[in-house]
Design a binder for this molecule. Structure first.
Ligand code: PGA
Length: 260
């Protein structure tokens, strides 16, 4: 794992944006794996800014989102499809027909999961997959105890996750406790994985993911097995790590090797 520790959440978003821009400049038709939640918002704003500045185009890109609530259709303001349209897609030049989010309103959710897997394969797999991390170590909606080899499927959310996401729903609004999520096995097939984490509330999950054993109780720990996973952390999210000095030393060496 490449561990990048930066001083501020803004620096984390900028670093993430650099990765997306570099990927798209090299491969304009790249397949992007996208995420929702609070963490990616600053990254998406930075990508929009760079698109407006003419630094990057998404015109040939395709995208797959990690997950969607089961029981919300894409017009629902709390659906992840709605989030993506509002926070990113409507503000860049991506072709909406080339963006995919699991269908939370599917009549047959199991068939929808299988179709999602097939669509990712047919697109040639994901080039760059963005991830956040839950306070419980989840990636996508792969909650603790998820099979580390799982594929896209319906998952029951933990009470902790439902609680963490309550802030997005009105007090009397229906809040799903089920979701369709890419599996951990699906995520692991991405060529490059970019996990962003900011804030002290993520420090424990990051410690387990980076310095704990690979274990289903912390799904993000599987990234230890990925040949190209980059974890970009602000100081608060890195606070629980024992070997910060070593990670910073490696990163300085990496930059030196790259001539940066
Ligand atoms: P957050 O969510 O970015 O809103 O903290 C991350 C996640 O639960 O994966």
């Amino acid at each position: 794992m490449q561990i990048v520790i930066l001083d501020t959440p803004e620096a984390v978003a900028n670093y993430g944006a650099d990765q997306f821009v570099a990927r798209l400049q090299k491969k304009p038709q790249a397949v992007l794996g996208l995420a929702t939640g609070s963490t990616p918002i600053a990254l998406y704003r930075e990508l929009i800014r760079r698109y407006q500045a003419g630094d990057v185009s998404f015109a040939q890109a395709r995208s797959f989102n990690l997950d969607e609530y089961l029981g919300l259709d894409g017009d629902h303001p709390q659906s992840y499809r709605h989030f993506m349209n509002a926070e990113l897609f409507s503000q860049i030049d991506i072709d909406l027909a080339h963006t995919q989010v699991p269908d939370g309103a599917a009549d047959d959710p199991l068939a929808a999961c299988e179709a999602y897997e097939t669509a990712i394969k047919n697109a040639g797999l994901i080039d760059l997959q963005l991830l956040g991390i839950g306070r419980n170590g989840h990636i996508g909606f792969n909650e603790p105890s998820s099979s580390l080899a799982s594929r896209t499927r319906v998952k029951t959310l933990t009470p902790d996750t439902v609680e963490a996401n309550k802030r997005f729903f009105k007090p009397d609004e229906f809040q799903p406790n089920l979701a369709i999520t890419m599996g951990i096995g699906t995520i692991m097939e991405a060529r490059h994985i970019l996990l962003l984490a900011t804030g002290e509330s993520k420090a424990e999950a990051i410690r387990e993911a980076v310095e704990g054993p690979v274990a289903a109780r912390c799904p993000a720990s599987i990234l230890q097995m990925h040949p190209r996973a980059t974890l970009v952390l602000d100081r608060a999210a890195a606070r629980g790590l024992k070997d910060v000095d070593f990670y910073e030393y490696i990163e300085r060496e990496n930059q030196r090797l790259l001539g940066g």
